[in-house]
Each structure stands twice: as structure tokens, then as C-alpha cells.
Design a protein around this ligand. Structure first.
Ligand code: ADE
Length: 428
């Protein structure tokens, strides 16, 4: 049996210090924020700017969203923004622009984002015209994957539109600004062409009616408008007069171009249903035959630990670390602990393999990132005191947390102390 306990990992904080450096032989002054050197402006609105930047340590390109700190304070939006940024830091999906870290100076907040160097998807349409049905379907599938994944984490976009659809160097779709819906609209928007009074062509009728709405079905509507534009090369609802435009959106009054296939028309009709209650849902879209053609499930990168220390430092709050690893102690004999874990995990749908003082648990259901698998190990830390360590070795971190919560309540008779005070593993 192992007798040493491993330390949990933690990530050091980086605080930004803005300074200017002059490159040798050139008169150009470059601004630095922590380890990032700022470059060109990628987009600019009244309150936020997105700049290209280089990570001087790794040479990696990033995009940095720069927000005026005062504005957020004045809008009393600190908590909402902090919550959404924290959630977004945990979202790692191949079709969602990642938030790498959050930095701050006295006056600014810097959100360091994944850089998508293929430009906006809609520039492609502006340059080369509408897409063939198969190509449009491919982007729509990636969009739905991204939206579905974020919804499963309680994050809604609420403002899906062409400017938020970027491409990487491989042509993979990357949805930007997911989770930044807590920001005031002017802060979210980063281009001069789409400031607060931009036309609401992509906005669901119930959002326009301002009666309170469900983020899930509102995002589905916007995805439907995007699909239409990809295949048509123009908007389904487009009117110079705003009142007329609102009326057309409320009634979902639009016409299909002659080149749309009948199965694509059927699906779009179900998405652009003005009634959010009867509108098609994402699980139904995923089962739709037109949607399923050539579908490739998203490919996830292996997990690394994520720290929310930077978000806490910027937004000045208590520590909150999401882990793929957790532990508890027990005063029961090791064999008893092993049997109890086995007894508790089996009814939760886990296949159990025991060897020495290690147990491998494998979930029998496919989760968001494949089967959840957990490695468990019992360490003797003192005579008649054992530490039980649980480490996620595969699958989704949030599913691991749920599983741990269930396991913990099943093991309550043998648990002496748990790593966390509130029965839940800390989240990072
Ligand atoms: N414009 C706005 N956000 C961007 C990003 N993350 N990558 C590239 N261009 C952008």
C-alpha cells in the first residue's frame, strides 16, 4: 500500500503590468500586459476592444479583450461577469473560443482568448457568396455542438450572430463571446458595425418582445437564421424599417430560395418557429436526418487542470479551484473501504476493477466526453487512518463532480473527513 499523499496541483497567479518596450532597431513601441505583447486591434466598440497579442513565453498568438473596469463597476455587473467568465474558463470545446486567463490593471480587465486566425465565417460568404448545402451543414453541425455543450453547462449566448463565428487556420468553426452575455451589450460588442443599435436580424421573436425568455430556445432560433444565411447568402428577415422587421420576425414570415432541399427547408421551418415552446430543441436537431448527414462528433483535447485563481484575483473573491482529483479520509480498514466503494459504485452504473489497493471505475454510459473513468487509491497515512484519493482519468470533469457527490453520500458511514466542507468537491 502507498504511504505518501500527493500534493494537489495549483497554478501561480500572473498579474499584469503594462509597460512599453522598444524593439531593437525599430522605433515601434509595443505595449506589454504581463507576458503578452499587444499588437493590432481586431475589433473595437465603445467600451471594449479586442487586440491581437503574442504570448512572449510560448510565442503563441492570442486575442485579448480589453474592458474598462469602471464601466463594469458602475453597471454593478461584477458578480454576473465573474460567474460567466469562471464558467467559460471551464468550457473547453473545439468549437468554442477558449478563455485562457483573466488579468487586470488598475483601470482595465484583460480577457485572454484563443486566437482564431481564419477570420469571420461571414467574410467568406461576403467574398465568395453562399455555401453549398454540405458545407453549410458542416458549419451548422459545429455550431450546434458548441451551443449544446455550453447550454449543458448553463451558459447561453443570447447574441449569436455572424460576427461571433470565427474560423481557425484549419477552417474549424470557433464561436466567440459565449458566456459574455452578462456584459452590457456595448461591452460585449467589439466591432463598430455592430454597436448597440445594430439590427436584430438574428434575434428570436420572444427576445424582441422582451417578455422574458429561455436562453436555450432563443439560441436555437439564432442558429436557424445563421443556417439560412449560410445557404441563401442573404437574411431571412431583412427590412429597412425596424417596425416592419420586428413584425416579420414575430410572425416568422420568410421565404425559401428555390435551391434549398426539401429536408433542409423542413428543418429550418422547425427552427424558425416563432413559438419558443413548440420550436425544435437541440436534442431533436441532433436526431434530424438532414442534420446527421456526414456528422462528425467533436474531438476533445485531454483535460488539464484549470484554475480560477486569476478570475478571483481580478474580481477579488475567495479561492475556488476546480479539480479532477479529490480525496477523503476514513478510519475504517482498507479492505472495508475497498468493498464499500465497490458496493456504492456498482449501482451508480460503474464497472469496478480492483487490484491491490487501487480500484478502476468505468462508467457504463457515454458522457459528454466519453465514458467517465475514475482511479481510486487507498493510502495509509497513519495507523488506522486511510486517505482515499479519487482521480478522474477520463470523461468530463463536471460529470466526475456529480459522480463524486453521489459516491460520497453512499460512503457517508465510512468517511471521516472530506476535502471540502460542503460535501462537494471544489470546482476548478
Ligand atoms: N476577433 C474577436 N475575437 C477574436 C478572436 N478570438 N480571434 C480572432 N479574431 C477575433
Amino acid at each position: 500500500m502507498q504511504t505518501q499523499a500527493r500534493r494537489m496541483s495549483s497554478t501561480a497567479l500572473t498579474f499584469p503590468s503594462s509597460s512599453s518596450i522598444a524593439a531593437v532597431g525599430t522605433p515601434v513601441t509595443r505595449t506589454r500586459v504581463g507576458k503578452y505583447e499587444l499588437g493590432n486591434t481586431l475589433g473595437e466598440g465603445s467600451f471594449a476592444k479586442v487586440k491581437y497579442a503574442t504570448n512572449l513565453t510560448s510565442g503563441e498568438s492570442v486575442a485579448i479583450k480589453i474592458i474598462d473596469r469602471d464601466r463594469i463597476l458602475r453597471h454593478k455587473m461584477v458578480e454576473g461577469i465573474k460567474r460567466e467568465i469562471s464558467t467559460m474558463k471551464l468550457i473547453k470545446h473545439p468549437n468554442v473560443i477558449r478563455i485562457f486567463e483573466v488579468l487586470a490593471s488598475k483601470t482595465k480587465i484583460y480577457i485572454v482568448l484563443e486566437y482564431a486566425n481564419g477570420g469571420e465565417l461571414f467574410d467568406k460568404i461576403a467574398r465568395h457568396g453562399r455555401l453549398k448545402e454540405d458545407e453549410a451543414r458542416g458549419y451548422f453541425q459545429q455550431l450546434i455542438n458548441a451551443v449544446d455543450y455550453c447550454h449543458s453547462r448553463g451558459v447561453y449566448h443570447r447574441d449569436l450572430k455572424p460576427e461571433n463565428l470565427l474560423l481557425d487556420s484549419f477552417g474549424i468553426l470557433k464561436v466567440s463571446d459565449f458566456g459574455l452575455s452578462a456584459l452590457p451589450k456595448q461591452v460585449r460588442e467589439d466591432g463598430l458595425l455592430h454597436t448597440a443599435c445594430g439590427t436584430p436580424n438574428y434575434v428570436a421573436p420572444e427576445v424582441l418582445a422582451d417578455k422574458g425568455y429561455n436562453g436555450t430556445s432563443a439560441d436555437v432560433w439564432s442558429c436557424g437564421v445563421i443556417l439560412f444565411v449560410l445557404m441563401a447568402g442573404y437574411l431571412p428577415f431583412d427590412e429597412p424599417n425596424l417596425t416592419v422587421l420586428y413584425r416579420r420576425i414575430q410572425k416568422a414570415s420568410f421565404a425559401f430560395p428555390s435551391w434549398f432541399s426539401s429536408s433542409s427547408k423542413k428543418l429550418i421551418k422547425r427552427i424558425l418557429d416563432p413559438n419558443p415552446v413548440t420550436r425544435i430543441t437541440i436534442p431533436e436537431i441532433l436526431k434530424n436526418d438532414w442534420f446527421k448527414k456526414g456528422y462528425k462528433p467533436p474531438h476533445f483535447q485531454p483535460d488539464e487542470d484549470v484554475t480560477l485563481d486569476d478570475v478571483d484575483a481580478v474580481f477579488n473573491d475567495s479561492e475556488n479551484l476546480v479539480k479532477r482529483e479529490t480525496c477523503f479520509t476514513s478510519k475504517c480498514p482498507a479492505n472495508e473501504i475497498m468493498s464499500k466503494i465497490e458496493e456504492t459504485a456498482k449501482p451508480l452504473g460503474f464497472n469496478v476493477q480492483k487490484r491491490n489497493y487501487k480500484i478502476k471505475l468505468q462508467g457504463d454510459k457515454t458522457g459528454r466526453k466519453g465514458h467517465l473513468s475514475v482511479a481510486t487509491e487507498v493510502f495509509e497515512v497513519a495507523p488506522s487512518l486511510h486517505m482515499v484519493q479519487l482521480r478522474k482519468t477520463g470523461g468530463d470533469t463536471l460529470e466526475f463532480h456529480k459522480f463524486y457527490k453521489n459516491l460520497n453520500s453512499g460512503l457517508k458511514d465510512i468517511v471521516w473527513t472530506s476535502e471540502q466542507s460542503n460535501e462537494e468537491p471544489k470546482v476548478a
